[in-house]
Design a protein around this ligand. Structure first.
Ligand code: G6P
Ligand code: MG
Length: 961
């Protein structure tokens, strides 16, 4: 399979609408949807210019102050692709005559779309048609179509008619909020059209937005025509040919569309001065430069490799490169979401461009600067200082007619500044004053949006990324990202001040201080009991969505339930807090990321195409490879397989970019937190190898990942600092460094009670004593549930068993009593209480350089170890009071492995409690159980006593043998 192309060899008319999207060619400016040349058999002919739109007032049933005033819709332009063929007076179409064979192929290497049809008319006249199409990456206004017809088995008369079809319109759809235009009249007015010899021309103006468009098509033919007939009415030129048997003729159509000036006729003619072969070569040269860094190779999974290249190619086609346009959510492939720019650009696509083609990333950010003044006006309208970027727009004006899932998503400012920060860190560039200006204005916006309430900076009445929860107080994602935005603005301003550079805006007295206070006191909702960040102040007080009784046919929920019904429940369209944990990874411990991902996952419907890729990345981060793989599969072919059922309206650029992120940030574990580049690779088991490149500070780093090794090579540039897992290294030009990924025993993390010594019976006695005193039933059976469980949770188990509920005061009192009794009993402990074999094992591990840590849930662990005489044997004793949650949460094991500096997967945990085994497994480590198999499910191996544990055995367990 050629993974650098995508196509079909058999024609299936039912796929035509969807294929038109997939076969789109574009260059970030001009987009030609992949519809056929002829009108018949086409679903929707589409031609777009990025940012070329018209607007009309939004008609609200009930309006209110500050509602977005106008909708803006990308316009479907006169169709330059249209060419009709007649064979012996009968029109060619896929719906008539006999289609003997038909194929289409989009080649990402050449940037060409090729179509072949072997067809006979009803009269039996057989022709072979080959068309090639290109939208030039080097001449942004230009495109080219070649149309070749061959008379197969007899001499034929044929006619080719080439159009600039001014009859096309935007699609309209009333039922799905995601598609269709709302124009009351034709928004594009054709002002002039003309035919001058072999050239078709038109000029047009939009009705309201005041934009001009000029289009031209210049034709050349490979053989003299019998007749050339212009049709002014149709803006078409017809060429009649007589072909001998086996003879062919080619019509070349050189197209130019301009929206900035009237140069289209000139550009079309100039483009036609060079041959198709010349332009094809230019196109390939541009792409070859891009693929040098952009190419991803996957051994063992051609289908994913092909889809990834497809996605990357489409993203390259979708992004504006002129600093005046951005990336529509659907690229230039269709009219879904009206051609609007959302946060998809900065949050999803921009990271990829930072590392594959930084000039595009820059251009996308420059677009944001170009609309800063409009964002300032919007801020004023919304009673804010600074600048508020629009949730969805083309021109820079807010166009979200449904404010709860639009304007309320204030996080757009923070997403843009996060992208600026990423871009600067990835390229190592100094911040230009334009970005500093955006940072200052966004910081001002946050300060005026939020308020200091009870000592906390609160941001109320906003919507986060999850659109199934709207207009809430203190959305964690928003507040975290706003905090990051403020910190970034402070850093930029201070660095300008330190360098005595003039700031683009004058700061008010104390302004910087107020930003500092806001970011420091930012409210981040956190639920202590669950140990998770609440999505917002109200999220945890909502009832769960009734998933069990919601049939598949009722998904996506947004098409089947009133928003209020959805908002009332605990249900997510896409990751929210979890997304913040990906973006701001360095702010959270591994344990926090694992716990929050697991908590939110069951509530996350994935109804947004922006969902699966983030889930995949965070599943990878959480040692859940299989899950990561499943989510990746749902993302990578989302448009090719049309799994959301709406690819006909356009590609899902965010999901496409997400598939790159799931590969690089997910499987390769790339992180770029504050400009530090690190990797934690975990190749999917279905893959034999993954190779990709990243541009880091204008150096190109190649990463080759195999099941057992990873190789980092600096392809270009002088040197770069990289981190593999927890090892820092520097690569010089041409240097490679290889790391083994085979798990190798490096650390053993021991539980204490029941593993190293028998203190469990002392805990039992103490619990028995306080239970008896309080008339609670407690016996050996109940005690089993207490193993490895924290003191507080143990009491809860006993209370639950007795169906009792106590106030906190009473709990604290009894917990103290229990602990006093337990501590008193510790007096009797001596080294002889160590289990047999423990000392020898600890010595053996030390001799062989294996690090040893204690990961006990007991706050008395240190005392016990001292009494046992093994305190000094440990390289680290992880402190249970410093972690967020006890076992079965992974915190203590992750902390222990971090303290001994051994990578998680090179550690093994030893436990006698079910909760402990669970904690070890959640930490991505193999687990040795001490006890019985039935009581310790999930253990990689179960031993009856610690004395059976040897260095050799531990090595085998870690190696997975
Ligand atoms: C260990 C024991 C538990 C005990 C817990 C807390 O995990 O197996 O039975 O409840 O530590 O101990 P502490 O000494 O802090 O009460
Ligand atoms: Mg234990």
């Amino acid at each position: 399979m050629d993974t650098m192309s995508f196509g079909y060899a058999e024609y299936d008319p039912s796929q035509t609408p969807h294929n038109e999207t997939l076969f789109t060619l574009a260059n970030g400016y001009l987009g030609l949807r992949g519809d056929f040349e002829e009108a018949e058999g086409t679903y929707h002919k589409g031609t777009y210019i990025n940012g070329f739109y018209d607007s009309e007032p939004i008609i609200y049933g009930e309006s209110a102050y500050g509602f977005a005033e106008n909708h803006e819709t990308i316009l479907n332009l006169p169709d330059p692709k249209r060419i009709e063929l007649e064979v012996g007076n009968l029109p060619f179409s896929m719906k008539r005559g006999v289609v003997h064979a038909s194929s289409r192929s989009l080649n990402y290497r050449t940037g060409l779309l090729t179509r072949t049809v072997d067809w006979s008319s009803a009269q039996g006249d057989r022709v072979k048609i080959t068309t090639e199409r290109m939208v030039s990456f080097t001449e942004k206004h230009c495109a080219l179509i070649t149309y070749t017809v061959e008379a197969v088995d007899k001499a034929l008369f044929i006619k080719l008619t080439s159009f600039l079809d001014v009859g096309v319109r935007n699609r309209s759809s009333k039922d799905d909020p995601r598609v269709g235009s709302k124009f009351t009249s034709n928004p594009l007015v054709i002002e002039h059209f003309s035919i001058e010899e072999e050239t078709l021309n038109f000029s047009a103006k939009t009705r309201n937005s005041g934009l001009s468009l000029y289009g031209s098509a210049f034709h050349t033919i490979s053989k003299e025509a019998l007749a050339v007939t212009p049709s002014e009415r149709d803006l078409a030129l017809s060429y009649t040919f007589s072909l001998a048997k086996g003879e062919s003729v080619t019509l070349n159509k050189f197209i130019a569309y301009t929206s900035e000036d009237d140069s289209a006729p000139f550009r079309a003619r100039r483009f036609a001065q060079e041959s198709f072969a010349f332009h094809a070569q230019e196109q390939e040269a541009f792409l070859s430069e891009f693929w040098k860094v952009g190419r991803i190779l996957i051994e063992g999974d051609e289908s994913s490799e092909q889809a990834l290249q497809f996605n990357i190619f489409h993203l390259l086609q979708s992004c504006g490169r002129d600093g005046k346009s951005s990336m529509a959510a659907k690229g230039l492939t269709g009219e879904g979401y009206e051609g609007h720019y959302f946060w998809d650009t900065e949050a999803y696509a921009l990271p990829m461009f930072c590392y594959l083609k930084p000039d595009i990333a820059k251009s996308l950010l420059d677009y944001r600067f170009s609309i800063l003044d409009k964002a300032r006006l919007r801020a004023k309208k919304m009673s804010l200082e600074g600048a508020l970027f629009p949730w969805r727009t083309i021109s820079g004006e807010e166009c979200s007619a449904y404010y709860p899932a639009g304007t309320a998503q204030y996080h757009i400012d923070a997403d843009i500044l996060y992208a600026v920060e990423k871009y600067l860190a990835a390229t190592g560039d100094e911040a230009p004053s334009t970005y500093v200006e955006m940072a200052i204005e966004s910081a001002r916006m946050w300060l005026s949006l939020g308020s200091f309430i009870d000592g906390e900076f609160c941001i109320n009445e906003v919507t986060g990324p999850d659109e199934y929860t709207a207009c809430v107080n203190n959305n964690a994602y928003t507040n975290l990202m706003a905090q990051n935005n403020l910190k970034f603005a402070i850093t930029l301003v201070e660095s300008y001040q330190q360098q005595d550079k003039i700031l683009p805006l004058v700061l008010e007295k104390d302004e910087l201080e107020s930003w500092k206070l806001a970011q420091k006191t930012m409210r981040i909702p956190f639920d202590k009991r669950l140990g998770i960040y609440a999505q917002d102040d109200s999220f945890l007080k909502k009832a769960d969505w009734p998933f069990a009784t919601t049939p598949k046919s009722k998904h996506p929920l947004l098409l089947h339930f009133h928003p209020l019904v959805i908002y009332r429940h605990r249900v997510l369209k896409q990751p929210d807090l979890v997304l913040a944990q990906f973006f701001l990874s360095g702010l959270f411990t591994k344990a926090e990321r694992i716990r929050n991902f697991s908590f939110y996952e069951p509530y996350t419907t994935g109804d947004s195409s922006l969902s699966h890729c983030i889930q995949s990345i965070m599943a990878s981060d959480s040692f859940q490879s299989l899950k990561a793989w499943t989510y990746f599969k749902k993302t990578v072919r989302l448009d090719i397989d049309d799994s959301q059922g709406n690819s006909v309206d356009g590609i899902h650029t965010a999901s496409m970019a997400g598939s790159w992120m799931a590969t690089v940030y997910g499987f390769a574990g790339f992180r770029d937190w504050k400009g530090t580049f690190s990797f934690d690779p975990k190749l999917p088991s279905a893959w034999k190898a993954l190779t990709f490149c990243l541009t880091l500070h204008s150096s190109v780093l190649k990463v080759e990942l195999r099941p057992d090794t990873v190789i980092y090579t600096l392809m270009t540039g002088e040197s770069i600092d990289v981190i593999h897992r927890n090892e820092n290294f520097t690569l010089k030009h041409g240097e490679s460094k290889t790391f083994s990924l085979v798990p190798k025993l490096g650390g053993v993390l021991f539980d204490l009670d029941g593993v190293l010594c028998d203190t469990a019976h002392l805990h039992y006695k103490a619990w028995k004593q306080v239970s008896d005193e309080n008339l609670l039933h407690f016996d050996r059976e109940v005690n089993k549930g207490l193993l490895g469980v924290s003191r507080e949770a143990s009491l809860q188990v006993i209370l639950d068993h007795n169906e009792a509920d106590w106030p906190q005061e009473k709990r604290s009192e009894v917990l103290k009593k229990k602990n006093d009794a337990y501590v008193a009993s510790l007096d009797s402990i001596t080294p002889s209480d160590l289990f047999p074999g423990v000392l020898d094992l600890l010595s053996d591990l030390k001799t062989h350089g294996v690090k040893i840590a204690l990961a006990s849930a007991s706050k008395n662990a240190r005392t016990v170890c001292k009494k046992l005489g093994i305190f000094d044997r440990f390289d680290a004793i992880a402190d249970i009071t410093s972690v967020q949650k006890p076992k079965p949460e992974p915190d203590i094991f992750l902390l222990a492995s971090e303290q001994i500096g051994v990578w998680y997967t090179d550690c093994v945990g030893v436990e006698d409690a079910k909760a402990g085994i669970e904690a070890i497994k959640r930490s991505g480590m193999p687990a040795v159980g001490i006890g019985t198999k039935s009581e310790l499910p999930g253990s990689d191996i179960v031993l009856s006593g610690t004395k059976e544990l040897t260095l050799e055995l531990l090595k085998k367990v870690v190696a997975g043998r």
